[in-house]
Write a protein that binds this ligand. Structure first.
Ligand code: ZN
Ligand code: ZN
Length: 344
């Protein structure tokens, strides 16, 4: 028995040693890179004949972690692809989720805090490189013209370099600059299968700020953007299959505020206190969601953003098991004209 175990250990060490040597050989490295590239370039998400929703960013500015990008929700159907907000690092999630950047329909911005717009130039470039041939439409409340004009100007040289280098067939200059579309509350986009509706939310002093509802073949998803829990929001979300609502765990933030004050970090403590009046407290959301007939409540844009098991458990304090805390790359599939929601 002892002899067998010594033999197994020697064999294992030999295999590890041979593997480590092979790993450093250029010929072996070339084969491995080719194989890995081939897998990445030929893989594709399985087609889904309904509305698919992917969390491409679940964090808020209060909690900067590599596990969570900033606010971003993707809604994909066989014919449409909208991004609702594009916070920092969300393009990484878009790549990991293999979202169809080449056929993006548009970006819906809820408001212009940096954690909702920071990745707009990356989304524009990635979708252009992926094959988008028309300008990227960027919808948002009043102010979107200024946001898009500013990004277009800041990235004008970059677009010029890229078209000069790769050619106008690959990167047509007309598709380079984004096009802003200012929206009021009401229907902003519609075809025979999909209706996108915007509604005003409460995020003072940010005004106007908006949420969006997307209805597709009898299924619906609502994204609050940043907002307190308001009657108007829940009226707009009435009967939705999924409501993604921003959420603030006051009990966690109070402890962090006290710790910041004790540490003499007065600026931080003030910011912690200030944000409590313009995000929805976790404890206000479940009853309103039930009353509005919403099938699945998902909390995202989490303030403070959980960074480990302890802070996530604290964030969940007082919540029902059915209420979900979004995590990056969480995916919801809603088959047409059904009540089913598949979550993974
Ligand atoms: Zn905000
Ligand atoms: Zn925000």
């Amino acid at each position: 028995m002892k002899r067998k175990s010594i033999f197994a250990s020697i064999t294992l060490i030999l295999l590890i040693t041979v593997g480590a040597v092979l790993y450093r050989l250029p010929a072996v490295q070339d084969v491995l890179l080719k194989r890995a590239s081939s897998i990445v370039f030929t893989s594709a998400p399985k087609p889904f004949d309904g509305m698919k929703v992917v969390v491409c960013g679940s964090a808020s500015p209060l909690g900067n972690t590599m596990d969570r990008a900033q606010a971003c929700i993707a809604v994909v159907t066989p014919e449409h692809f909208f991004l609702i907000d594009v916070g920092a690092r969300s393009p990484v999630r878009m790549g990991q989720a293999q979202l169809p950047m080449n056929r993006i329909t548009g970006v819906l911005l809820t408001h212009y805090h940096s954690d909702h717009i920071a990745a707009l130039p990356d989304v524009n470039l990635q979708s252009w490189v992926a094959g988008r041939k028309a300008t990227l439409q960027v919808f948002g409340p009043k102010g979107v013209q200024r946001i898009v004009d500013g990004f277009n100007e800041a990235y004008a040289l970059d677009r010029g370099y890229r078209t000069a280098h790769h050619g106008s067939d690959l990167l047509p200059p007309t598709a380079g600059p984004m096009t802003p579309i200012t929206v009021e509350s009401g229907i902003l986009w519609q075809d025979s299968d999909l209706t996108v509706t915007s509604f005003i939310v409460e995020h003072d002093p940010v005004s106007p700020a908006m949420g969006y509802r997307l209805d597709y073949k009898g299924r619906s998803v609502v994204i609050s953007g940043d907002s307190n829990a308001t009657d108007d929001l829940f009226a707009a979300a009435q009967g939705a299959d999924i409501l993604f609502h921003d959420a603030l765990a006051r009990h966690s933030l109070d402890i962090m505020t006290a710790a910041a004050t004790e540490a003499g970090r007065d600026n931080l403590a003030k910011i912690f206190m200030d944000v409590t009046d313009y995000h929805a407290d976790t404890r206000t959301l479940e009853a309103a969601s039930t009353d509005a007939g919403i099938a699945q409540l998902v909390l995202y844009h989490l303030v403070p953003t959980p960074v480990n098991g302890l802070t996530e458990a604290m964030f969940r304090r007082g919540l029902k098991d059915e209420t979900l805390l979004a995590h990056d790359l969480q995916t919801f599939e809603l088959p047409p004209n059904s009540g089913a929601i598949s979550i993974r």
